[in-house]
Design a protein around this ligand. Structure first.
Ligand SMILES: [Zn+2]
Length: 450
């Protein structure tokens, strides 16, 4: 762990932000450091995948040690979110710093998302001196946070991504100390709604009361998206009971920073509201701002909606349901202009296969307690690309982050205990999976000898 911690701190000291307007040198520097670490850890073949407008993807291969060994693809990313407002940070975002009062916690941008998991992959390779009992394909991308054409690349080069199982390590545990397999990712899409009622604003004293107010029309339309309990009221959006683990209401309130005394919205279990059901959020609104507001009927208003939908619902179908609902609205008899935006599909992992069984054993071994199943509302677009490239592979989502890491927020932190346990889990996973794979490959002779 001492060596891994030092390497994690080195990697997290590099501001590898792959957003437009940020210098490309630190991204290259993080790439180069990663390549040298992997080489030292015994990865014999390392290539760089360069796509247009995309930070380089690190691709590495360790061939299977024997013909009966499966191949496991390990995914992570070495780029990070921008640090945001530096005054909100309690220590400089690119100087990894111990968190006072939290033993074994280190604070830095990207130290959890996703450098902790990149380091966990490295740790697993070190456990085996670079010769794990399975074949390895490493895919560590450099522009996950901003997005890139790499999301759609794997199906165009399926041979390269062919594997029996993949470990997508860009997330982590429901809470520290609770080993967690994420089995579903909600899909996402955006929809724009606009209303124009007048050619221009008109005096609210002279015209208000009869002239149609665009903002009122829009607000009435938006109000139809939820029922009086806060559940989504758009027909055609899939909602199923959630069978896995979830946060306690107390944990969720703290994580969401809900003000004391206020209720949450929606009904049913938190898992159903957050993961196996839809959510519609109004993420932007164009209307006159209060400071500059004139006494006038508003002629034009616009809202941007973000829809999150069930992991297994078709993205176009989900978006279509929201668009259809809005197009059917006629507040005061006035139609809306509804424009569908980008969609990203959800993902649901097949559970119950040999890689899942091996992962359950490995997570229990690492954390000393049974693994929980959760889903997440965030999306990892590349997962779908990888799953299409290797349709037979089992997809496992686990890693060293936890729900209290402040991902994408100020004061991101990671717990070294979670990094350590993730290394142990990865090492145990490849051991278990290889043993099981071999047992299943071995032909049984009539005498029962193998
Ligand atoms: Zn990430």
């Amino acid at each position: 762990m001492d060596g891994l911690r030092a390497d994690l701190e080195r990697l997290a000291s590099i501001p590898s932000v792959a957003f437009p307007g940020y210098p490309p040198e630190p991204v290259e520097e993080a790439h180069d450091l990663l390549v040298s670490l992997l080489r030292e850890a015994g990865v014999p073949t390392i290539e760089r995948i360069d796509l247009a407008d995309t930070a380089p993807v690190v691709y590495g291969e360790i061939p299977p040690p024997h013909p009966d060994a499966p191949t496991v693809l390990l995914y992570g990313h070495y780029d990070v979110q921008p640090a945001g407002n530096p005054t909100l940070w309690l220590s400089p975002p690119f100087e990894p710093t111990p968190v006072p009062g939290v033993p074994g916690a280190l604070r830095a941008r990207g130290i959890a998302d996703d450098k902790s998991n990149v380091i966990a992959h490295l740790g697993m390779l070190r456990v085996y001196g670079g010769r794990p009992p399975v074949g390895i394909k490493l895919v560590i991308e450099g522009q996950e946070e901003y997005g890139s054409p790499f999301d759609d690349y794997p199906p165009t080069d399926p041979e390269r991504f062919a594997c029996d199982a993949m470990v997508i390590a860009d997330l982590g545990n429901l809470r520290p100390g609770t080993p967690t397999l994420t089995t579903g990712l909600r899909g996402a899409c955006e929809v724009m709604v606009e209303v124009r009622t007048l050619a221009e604003a008109r005096h609210s004293g002279e015209f208000g009361g009869a002239a149609p107010d665009a903002l009122l029309v829009l607000l009435r339309a938006l109000a139809t998206l939820h029922d009086e309990h806060g559940d989504v009221a758009v027909p055609g959006l899939r909602r199923d009971p959630w069978e896995g683990a979830t946060y306690t209401e107390e944990e969720f309130r703290r994580l969401a920073s809900v003000r004391d005394g206020l209720p949450l919205i929606g009904t049913g279990s938190l898992g159903e509201r957050l993961w196996s059901g839809p959510a519609v959020t109004v993420i932007g609104l164009d209307a006159p701002d209060v400071a500059g507001a004139a006494s006038a009927v508003v002629p034009y208003a616009r809202a941007k909606l973000n829809l999150r939908f069930h992991p297994l619902q078709d993205a176009k179908e989900a978006r279509g349901a929201l668009v259809k609902h809005l197009r059917a609205q006629r507040p005061f008899g006035i139609p809306l202009t509804v424009t569908p935006g980008d969609t990203g599909p959800g993902f649901e992992a097949r559970t119950g296969g040999p890689a899942y069984r091996a992962a359950l054993t490995a997570l229990k071994e690492a954390w000393g307690t049974e693994a929980s199943y959760v889903a997440t509302g965030g999306s990892i677009p590349l997962v779908n690309g990888l799953a299409r490239a290797a349709p037979g592979a089992e997809v496992l989502l686990f890693g060293a982050q936890d729900s209290m890491c402040n991902l994408h927020a100020p004061n991101e932190r990671v717990l070294l205990s979670e990094v350590r346990n993730t290394v142990v889990a990865m090492a145990a996973f490849v051991r278990e999976y290889a043993a099981d794979f071999r047992a299943r490959q071995a032909p049984s002779s009539p005498g029962g000898r193998q």
